[in-house]
Design a protein around this ligand. Structure first.
Ligand code: DHK
Length: 145
């Protein structure tokens, strides 16, 4: 049976393409999903690609992935910097999780420098635009095989 990688996206990422393109790039979330699907096909994994503006959905999907998935790449958006609930959800599952950001959060406002989820994940990739997702999928494929 094919193993599945989950790509979870948090608040405001549904607005990619229109939202501050100088920071987040011109690609839409659908564009990024297509790139991720091509990469998971190439790597021999299935893909569950989701977005929500609601923290609780992200918590539920982390638990679901922990039961059904092989790994998670998560761009939690602003919840990265605030959410103890996401931190706890990640700690509650056994599959590897990679934190992803399009922008280099460390080169931006100070409130983006701290991540609540970073201490719970395997590693963090930021600053490479849509390629951050591809790098995260490759990291997960390396870890899970
Ligand atoms: C996306 C967001 O929505 C911000 O809240 C984060 C992240 C950075 C990104 O670069 O993908 O601070």
């Amino acid at each position: 049976m094919t193993s599945t990688l989950y790509v979870l996206n948090g608040p405001n990422l549904n607005a990619l393409g229109k939202r501050e393109p100088g920071i987040y790039g011109g690609q839409t979330l659908a564009d990024i999903e297509a790139l991720c699907r091509a990469e998971t096909d190439r790597l021999g994994y299935g893909l569950e690609f989701r977005q929500s503006n609601h923290e609780g959905f992200l918590v539920d999907w982390i638990h679901e992935a922990g039961e059904r998935g092989a790994g998670i790449a998560i761009n939690a958006g602003a919840y990265t910097h605030t959410s103890i609930a996401l931190h706890d959800a990640i700690r509650a599952i056994k599959i590897p999780v990679v934190e992803v950001h399009l922008s280099n959060v460390h080169a931006r406002e100070e409130f983006r420098h701290a991540s609540r989820i970073a201490p719970a994940v395997k590693g963090v990739i930021c600053g490479f635009g849509a390629q951050s997702y591809i790098l995260a999928l490759n990291a997960l494929a390396t870890i899970t095989t």
